[in-house]
Design a protein around this ligand. Structure first.
Ligand SMILES: NC(=O)C1=CN([C@@H]2O[C@H](COP(=O)(O)OP(=O)(O)OC[C@H]3O[C@@H](n4cnc5c(N)ncnc54)[C@H](O)[C@@H]3O)[C@@H](O)[C@H]2O)C=CC1
Ligand SMILES: CC(C)CC(=O)C(=O)O
Ligand SMILES: [Mg+2]
Length: 353
C-alpha cells in the first residue's frame, strides 16, 4: 500500500529519533512491499525559529491531508522565557486540538530482557501490561480563563470538561478493556474536584453498556502509589489529561526508561504517533537518545492507522530481539550487553527486521 506520512521532528532529540523511525519504516516498506512517502514540517521551537510561531496553518493543513503523522518531541530551555502563546508546548497543544486528537493511548508493557532494568523489583513488575487511555484535548491544558491577575501575583488555570468530552474517552476506555482483560480502572480526584465527580457519574452510566467489563474507581494519588507497588493489578486505565500525563511518565519506570514508551493520539479519523517523553535537552545532539519509544510509536501507526498488524508486530519483535542481544542505549541501566548510541541501536533493530 502507499501512504503519505507527515513527520514533525520538533526540537531537542526529536530529529535524531525521527531519523531512526524513518529508517525503520523504510526497511519495513521494502520488506513488505509498501510505499511510505514522508513529508517533513516544523513544530515547536524549530517552527518558532523559522516562522515566528510554534505551529503554522501550513503544518496543520499538511497534517489534515496526511494519512498519519509522526511527531518527535518539542520544547527546550531556549524557548522557556517566550510569552506563553509562543512556547513550543503551545504548538503541540494546538495540533492536538486542531486534529481533535482526544484519545491518547499509552501502552506500558515492559520487554522481558529489560525486567531487571527497572529500579523496581522484578517480582513486582513481572507480568504487568497496562494500557492508559488519556483524555487529550480538554481539562487543565485547555480550559479558560488561563491568565495572570493582580500584577502577575495571582495565576488562574481552569479544569473544564463538557459531558460529551468525558463520554467519548470513557467509551474508548471501555472499548479498550473489552478487547483486553476486561478490567477498567477510572482514575479521578472525585473526593475534591467537581470535574471528577462528573467523570465518575459518566463512568457509572456507561458501565451499564459494558456488563462484561469490571470497573474500579481510584483516586489519582492512590493510583500513583499502586502503579508502582502493584502494577499487575491494572489493565486499562482511563483518566483525564493531566493525570494521564503524570501517571504515564511514572509508569515508564516499569519498562526501564521513559525512552521506551510509545503513544498514539487519535481522533475518529486520523492518528498522530509520538513517544511519551519530551525533547530531552540534556542529551540532545549527543547521539545517545533512545529511539525505541519513537520506533514503537511508528509500529502503533502501522497498526492503528494502516491496519498493518504483521508489519507492526515485525517492528516490535525486532526491538525485542535487539534487547535480547543485549544492545541498549545509556538511559537503560543494564550492566551487561553493549551500550550503543542512537544510530547503532537503530541499525540493530533494522538488522533484526
Ligand atoms: N510530547 C512532547 O513533545 C513533550 C515535550 N516536553 C518538553 O520537553 C522538554 C524537556 O522536558 P523534561 O521534563 O526534561 O522531560 P523529558 O522527557 O524530555 O526528559 C526527562 C529525562 O528523561 C530523559 N529522556 C527522555 N527521553 C529520552 C530518550 N528517548 N532517550 C534517553 N533519555 C531520554 C532525558 O534525558 C531527561 O533526563 C520541556 O521543554 C518539555 O516541555 C515534555 C514532555 C512531552
Ligand atoms: C509537553 C506537554 C504539552 C504535554 C506532555 O507532557 C505530554 O503530552 O506528555
Ligand atoms: Mg508528558
Amino acid at each position: 500500500m502507499e501512504k503519505n506520512i507527515v513527520v514533525l521532528p520538533g526540537d531537542g532529540i526529536g530529529q535524531e529519533i525521527m531519523d531512526a523511525s524513518i529508517q525503520v519504516l523504510t526497511k519495513v516498506a521494502e520488506k513488505f512491499n509498501h510505499k511510505f512517502n514522508f513529508e517533513q514540517y516544523e513544530i515547536g521551537g524549530t517552527s518558532y525559529e523559522k516562522d515566528g510561531e510554534p505551529l503554522t496553518d501550513e503544518t496543520v493543513n499538511a497534517c489534515l491531508k496526511a494519512d498519519a503523522i509522526l511527531l518527535g518531541a518539542i520544547g527546550g530551555p531556549k524557548w522557556d522565557s517566550l510569552p506563553p502563546h509562543l512556547r513550543p508546548e503551545q504548538g503541540l497543544l494546538k495540533i492536538r486540538k486542531a486534529l481533535n486528537l482526544y484519545a491518547n493511548i499509552r501502552p506500558i508493557k515492559g520487554f522481558e530482557p529489560l525486567l531487571h532494568a527497572s529500579p523496581l523489583k522484578e517480582s513486582v513488575i513481572k507480568g504487568s501490561d497496562i494500557y492508559i487511555v488519556r483524555e487529550l484535548t480538554g481539562g487543565l491544558y485547555f480550559g479558560t480563563p488561563r491568565e495572570r491577575r493582580e500584577d502577575g501575583n495571582v495565576a488562574v488555570d481552569t479544569l473544564l470538561y463538557h459531558r460529551n468530552e468525558i463520554e467519548r474517552i470513557v467509551e474508548k476506555g471501555f472499548e479498550s478493556a473489552r478487547i483486553r482483560n476486561k478490567h477498567l480502572t477510572s482514575v479521578d480526584k472525585a473526593n475534591v474536584l467537581e470535574s471528577s465527580r462528573l467523570w465518575r457519574e459518566i463512568v457509572e452510566e456507561k458501565r451499564k453498556d459494558y456488563p462484561d467489563v469490571k470497573v474500579d474507581h481510584m483516586l489519582v494519588d492512590s493510583a500513583a502509589m499502586k502503579l508502582i507497588t502493584d502494577p499487575t493489578s491494572f489493565d486499562v486505565i482511563v483518566t483525564e489529561n493531566l493525570f494521564g500525563d503524570i501517571l504515564s511518565d511514572e509508569g515508564s519506570v516499569l519498562t526501564g526508561s521513559i525512552g521506551m514508551l510509545p503513544s498514539a493520539s487519535l481522533s475518529e479519523t486520523i492518528g498522530l504517533y509520538e513517544p511519551v517523553h519530551g525533547s530531552a535537552p540534556d542529551i540532545a545532539g549527543k547521539g545517545i537518545a533512545n529511539p525505541l519509544g519513537m520506533i514503537l510509536s511508528s509500529a502503533m501507526m502501522l497498526r492503528y492507522s494502516f491496519d498493518l498488524n504483521e508489519e507492526a508486530t515485525a517492528i516490535e519483535k525486532a526491538v525485542e530481539e535487539s534487547l535480547e542481544q543485549g544492545i541498549h542505549t545509556a538511559d537503560l541501566k543494564i550492566h551487561h550487553g553493549k551500550e550503543v548510541g542512537t544510530k547503532e541501536m537503530t541499525e540493530t533493530v533494522i538488522s533484526n527486521l
